[in-house]
Design a protein around this ligand. Structure first.
Ligand SMILES: [Zn+2]
Length: 142
């Protein structure tokens, strides 16, 4: 992980590279759940922006495709923006586990990936992972 990224995520130099806990603004959680409900049964996909160690915004990815079980986006079309730290997508199937395709595609970009699981009710519908698919705990900040 680069120094720059550690700074955005609010990690000090001495902290380990493995993320175990990430803070996220409550309104971002609500936005994710609402967007996921709105496009259901299609899959919602977006990017996550962080500032001062907290996820503060959903960025709608350019050239994203909302499909049934297949979301694609083009990393080379993303804005040149170092505050983007990862991705969010929904699983209309209700599965909380990243798929092999998730791990091989969008998880390669960024460091934290959130999956919103149908029926998108509340914080417990969100699961966060690092790029290897290891769980990350989300801490909601009002
Ligand atoms: Zn997925």
């Amino acid at each position: 992980m680069s120094r720059f990224l550690r700074k955005i995520l609010g990690l000090s130099e001495s902290e380990t590279y493995r993320l175990s806990r990430v803070r996220i603004k409550k309104e971002v959680v609500e936005g994710i759940l609402e967007a996921s409900r709105n496009v259901h049964p299609r899959e919602f996909i977006g990017l996550l922006r962080a500032e001062r160690g907290m996820i503060t915004e959903i960025v709608f990815a350019p050239a994203s495709v909302y499909g049934q079980g297949l979301s694609q986006f083009c990393p080379h079309m993303l804005p040149f923006d170092f505050s983007i730290v990862g991705s969010i997508h929904s699983h209309p199937s209700g599965s909380s586990m990243p798929s092999a395709e998730d791990l091989n595609s969008m998880f390669n970009f960024g460091f934290i990936h959130i999956i919103a699981v149908f029926p998108y009710h509340g914080f417990q519908s969100l699961y966060a992972y690092d790029k290897k698919g290891k769980p990350i705990q989300l801490e909601i900040v009002e």
